[in-house]
Design a protein around this ligand. Structure first.
Ligand code: PLP
Length: 509
């Protein structure tokens, strides 16, 4: 039978090519029918010959693709057929012949997918508040409004409204950052990695930077302190041991070539046990004696002390400024709760030098960052309100009872209509701060857990990721967990509706 199929499939090609005997789609369908009714085909040549031609495939989709641009449809179809061809050539284990209907479904799915925005909203059920893979900090509606204003209209981005002359984009937030941190001067660049690079390049290019061995961290996304120092043109001088570094270690390492003493927040790891670190104050005192500036990369850099909410005590930016550190860098979208940005604060003489560095121009922030950063920073003038106004801070500090109530609300909505297909429960769990902040610290929280009847939990996890608004959860003990700390109250109705549709669909074969 295989031979007949092969012959027919290949004849189809020749005949169709010279347009003489048969109409191509008719022959194609005949062959498909013949093939489907007989033994499964695994021969690569047969599979390749049976791939639809692009024009045929497009003809089959007419009237089913709405207003999707023809160019996009064609590219999606070509890509789909090409990748199936590639799959047949490289791995024939799972390849089988698709019917015309199956091809149409597959192509429509590919077209719809290609027509969707690649950057999409998701629902974060992971309980990781500052989730770098999910975009770190979420902005509140008034802050988004500031973004919208900056995008939809002309702005005074670099125009001084009082003089009518060219202005500086940095001046728009510098005074506010100085008010809030107590620093003499400030600058904002693309992100904290850029802030560290720019500062090192300005203050230590071609000279030595002294860092404790316990602080040579790697942050996610390939940011490594030794590599950034090398890229800035500075030379790394490591001092101390992994677990203990003393002031004398820094002192002994200082030479004529030393440009900077650098302290780095260990962010995403902790050294515990027999440890010792030199404080910012001690390092500043040493720097003053030796005439050397001190820099601290604070990583998350919070402007509020969150320890009264059960989070670990971390020095605030204000405290580090007060300790006399000359230049401090931190992220805009970690504990600050704003847009992606790198804030550099400190003594005016150093900040002025950093501002004049030509590299600064390459790392500058855009009007959207400035608009949202300014709006976020303004909330910090009112410390009574800041925790409820900035989503990142609210998610970190909200009472656990509220999280439990939210979990119950979701469960009640989903449970009734899906009890036949999924067992649903409430479970106390632990959320994470994320963003490399407070790595060992769990936050008490509540999750809704799902154990589907008709599919493995891994299939549910995958299925939820593919929804129009993807839902991201985590699997624990053979259940899917949605931690309600990182889900907003107003997301519950649509989250519930999506879950119900998905779970009901799981019943179908
Ligand atoms: C997160 C972090 C960085 C990188 O900050 P981005 O804003 O992600 O560029 C640098 N240093 C430390 C200590 C960090 O925690």
């Amino acid at each position: 039978m295989g031979e007949i199929c092969l012959l027919l499939t290949c004849r189809n090609r020749n005949i169709a090519d010279d347009h003489s005997v048969f109409n191509k789609p008719v022959l194609y369908h005949t062959v498909l029918l013949l093939l489907e009714t007989h033994a499964p085909m695994t021969d690569k040549k047969q599979l390749l010959c049976a791939l639809p031609k692009i024009d045929e495939a497009l003809a089959g989709l007419v009237g089913r693709t709405g207003s999707i641009p023809a160019q996009l449809i064609k590219l999606a179809v070509r890509h789909c057929i090409d990748s199936e061809r590639q799959r047949i050539l490289t791995d024939d284990k799972d390849c089988s012949l698709l019917t015309r209907e199956q091809w149409d479904e597959r192509l429509l799915e590919a077209i719809t997918l290609k027509n969707q925005m690649n950057l999409r909203r998701v629902i974060n059920g992971t309980g990781v508040v500052i989730h770098t893979n999910l975009g770190r900090s979420v902005l509140s509606a008034p802050i988004v409004d500031a973004l919208q204003q900056a995008g939809a209209h002309y702005t005074n981005l670099e125009f001084d409204l009082s003089s009518g002359k060219r202005g500086s984009r940095y001046s728009l937030v510098e005074d506010i950052i100085c008010d809030l941190t107590g620093a003499e001067a400030a600058l904002v660049v693309n992100n904290n990695a850029a802030a560290v690079l720019l500062t090192l390049d300005t203050l230590a290019n071609g000279r030595e930077v002294i860092v404790s061995r316990g602080q040579l961290v790697e942050i996610g996304g390939s940011f490594r302190i030794p590599d950034v120092i090398a890229k800035s043109g500075a030379h790394l001088v490591e001092v101390g041991a992994t677990n203990r570094t003393h002031l004398a270690d820094y002192e002994k390492a200082i030479t004529n070539e030393t440009a900077l003493l650098l302290k780095v927040h260990t962010s995403n790891f902790r050294i515990i046990g027999f440890t010792s670190e030199v404080s910012a104050e001690e390092l500043v005192a040493l720097g003053q004696v030796k005439g050397l500036p001190v820099m601290e990369d604070l990583g998350s850099g919070s402007l509020v002390d969150l320890s009264s909410f059960g989070l670990p005590q971390e020095p605030t930016v204000q405290q580090i400024v007060k300790a006399g550190v000359d230049v401090i860098t931190f992220s805009g979208d970690k504990l600050l709760g704003g847009p992606q940005a790198g804030l550099i604060v400190g003594k005016k003489e150093f900040i002025d030098r950093i501002k004049r560095n030509p590299l600064n121009r390459a790392l500058r922030i855009d009007k959207f960052t400035l608009a949202s950063l300014e709006a976020v920073l303004r909330y910090y003038y009112d410390l009574d309100q800041v925790l409820t106004r900035i989503p990142t801070l609210w998610m970190l500090t909200q009472p656990v009872d509220l999280i439990k109530r939210r979990a119950r609300r979701l469960m009640r909505r989903v449970h009734q209509t899906t009890q036949a297909v999924c067992s649903i429960d409430l479970l106390p769990t632990m959320s994470r701060v994320g963003g490399g902040a407070m790595p060992e610290h769990g936050l008490s929280s509540w999750a809704v857990t799902f154990k589907p009847v008709h599919m493995p939990v891994s299939a549910m996890e995958k299925g939820l990721r593919k929804l129009p608004i993807p839902i991201i959860g985590r699997i624990e003990d053979d259940s899917l967990l949605l931690d309600m700390r990182t889900v907003n109250d107003n997301e519950i109705p649509e989250l519930a509706a999506s879950l119900i549709t998905f779970l009901r669909g799981s019943e179908l074969p």
